[in-house]
Design a binder for this molecule. Structure first.
Ligand code: ADP
Ligand code: MG
Length: 238
């Protein structure tokens, strides 16, 4: 289960309200994209869901359980960071197993999960390499592997492809979509790239200055943008 409900969530930094009261419902198994210009609050919203930031007010519910005050490790979510967050001195195997080792999981179970993730991500032949011995795409897959082994209720991605070149971005976009189809786990994906949003999302959340301008499927947003901001951002002909 990966159902996430935000009710009247706000976030204030100093005296700046970066997220005004916001309501959002994410259904189990959905691929949801938060899209909007730089500085509109996408990362902040994702970090609030992950528990890496505390809400200023409002409630977060995950799988029917109040999660507003839970620490990140108890929310059942896995954040996928950009590939440069890998440990350079550790093998791929150790990088992927790292969160399991931190959780003091039994070694045999760690290995089972690492092998399963490596198989899913086509990394089986690279487990003994260091990140520097991998391509950019392989490194990004290792970063995803580190999330998969935790078997989370939902994956949270914050612009995971932004430091990859254009051709690789297209490839990884397809790989992440395929991963979603095979795992069927809720994914929340933050991007400022409307092409990523339109091609990957079941549901797009268009953000502007911390509030939601529109929520809908790519087709709904394209055909019936709520206003000129959405139309401009989605590139529809309105
Ligand atoms: P995005 O990810 O859409 O580019 P962010 O969520 O990073 O936007 O930032 C939204 C706004 O909140 C920006 O104005 C940013 O400067 C501000 N902000 C983000 N994090 C902090 C922080 N820790 N302290 C103060 N302001 C912050
Ligand atoms: Mg951001």
């Amino acid at each position: 289960m990966g159902r996430i409900i935000l009710s009247k969530v706000t976030k204030t930094f100093g005296d700046v309200e970066v997220i005004p009261p916001l309501d959002l419902k994410i259904e189990d198994g959905e691929f949801v994209v938060f899209v909007g210009p730089s500085g509109c609050g996408k990362s902040t919203l994702l970090r609030l869901i992950a528990g890496l930031e505390d809400v200023t007010s409002g409630e977060i519910e995950i799988d029917g359980t109040p999660a507003t005050d839970l620490p990140p490790a108890r929310r059942g979510l896995a954040m996928v960071f950009q590939s440069y967050a890998l440990y350079p001195h550790m093998s791929v195997r150790k990088n992927i197993a790292f969160p399991l080792k931190m959780a003091k999981m039994d070694a045999a179970e760690q290995e089972r999960r690492v092998l399963a993730a490596a198989k899913t991500l086509n990394l089986t032949d690279y487990l003994d390499r260091r990140p520097a011995q991998l391509s950019g795409g392989q490194r990004q897959r290792v970063a995803i592997g580190r999330a998969i082994v935790r078997e989370p209720e939902a994956f949270l991605f914050d612009e995971p492809l932004s430091n990859l070149d254009a051709a690789l971005r297209v490839n990884m976009r397809l790989e992440i979509s395929e991963l979603h189809q095979s795992l069927k786990t809720t994914m929340i994906y933050v991007t400022h790239d409307q092409v990523e949003a339109m091609t990957m999302a079941d549901k797009i959340v268009v953000l502007r200055a911390g509030h939601i301008e529109q929520v809908g499927s790519p087709l709904e947003l394209y055909r019936s943008p709520a206003n000129l901001f959405v139309a401009g951002f989605i590139g529809s002909p309105k």
